[in-house]
Design a protein around this ligand. Structure first.
Ligand code: KIV
Length: 276
């Protein structure tokens, strides 16, 4: 049985911290699932950490669905959330409904995530009314990076802090089951967490959120083009991968690989027969 949205909401009530990680492929999703992480996000960060785009803006719904299917195949316990990419929920409610449904029907996720607060609340309500759980996302929302003028912390002024609280309340009222708070000051995230009924999942939002989410490549140290301040590296996979690849390359060149252990033998009389 997969984790349900009720279980995630219950965790807030019980004061149990919620961990969430991104995944973009079958193998990684399987490891995350087996580690017991209850929420897996197929984030549109896919665009940067897997596809090599400069931002999340070029990511298409087809790219998202392709990777999301692989993640769903690799998991059996976690609740998988599909991230709706730029412009798949902005134009109309109808568009938002159809595209949200694609994640559930074609990729097999249990929920979708979209960025924005008050401005997307009506769409969130309509998607939820169709039976599709929605996770909100406010603060430094990467699809609006051009509007913010870069990766800047959000909510340090009274106006923006008040707007973020209003956004969180609007998403809670619209029926979202949780909200990602990205790159907002820790004390503001703590206040928002106290003021709404659903769990807050922080990324660069301090310890007092109900849960935490990280991009898996950041915690594993496998994407080093940009390492955000909020990321802690629990491993340095780039170093491990780089040394394994160099060793393989050297052994192929020097004739040390493969050995008999990696080769297959046969009855050599057959060779004599065909080599006449
Ligand atoms: O795309 C993503 O990985 C995200 C997380 C940073 C929350 O939206």
């Amino acid at each position: 049985m997969r984790v349900s949205i009720n279980k995630i909401k219950e965790m807030k009530q019980k004061g149990e911290k919620i961990s969430m990680l991104t995944a973009y492929d079958y193998v990684t999703a399987k490891i995350v699932d087996e580690a017991g992480v209850p929420l897996i996000l197929v984030g549109d960060s896919l665009g940067m950490v897997v596809l090599g785009y400069e931002s999340t803006i070029p990511v298409t719904i087809e790219e998202m669905l392709h990777h999301t299917r692989a993640v769903v195949r690799g998991t059996s316990k976690a609740l998988v959330v599909g991230d709706m990419p730029f412009m798949t929920y902005h134009v109309s409610v109808e568009d938002a409904l159809r595209n949200a449904a694609r994640f559930i029907q074609e990729a097999g996720t249990q929920a979708v995530k979209l960025e924005g607060g008050v401005t997307v609340a009506e769409k969130v309500r309509r998607i939820v009314d169709c039976g599709i759980p929605v996770m909100g996302h406010i603060g430094l929302t990467p699809q609006s990076i051009n509007q913010f003028g870069g990766h800047k912390i959000q909510g340090k002024t009274p106006e923006v802090a008040a707007r973020l609280l209003e956004d969180a309340r609007a998403l809670d009222d619209a029926g979202a089951f949780a909200i990602v708070l990205e790159t907002v000051p820790a004390p503001l995230a703590a206040l928002i967490t106290r003021k709404i009924s659903i769990p807050t999942i922080g990324i660069g939002a301090g310890i007092n959120c109900d849960g935490q989410v990280q991009v898996i490549n950041d915690i594993l140290g496998s994407y080093t083009d940009f390492v955000p301040k909020h990321a802690k590296q629990y491993a340095k996979l780039v170093d491990i991968m780089s040394s394994a690849i160099s060793e393989y390359h050297d052994e192929v060149k020097s004739g040390k690989f493969p050995t008999d252990a990696q080769s297959f033998s046969m009855d050599e009389s057959i060779l004599v027969e065909i080599d006449k």
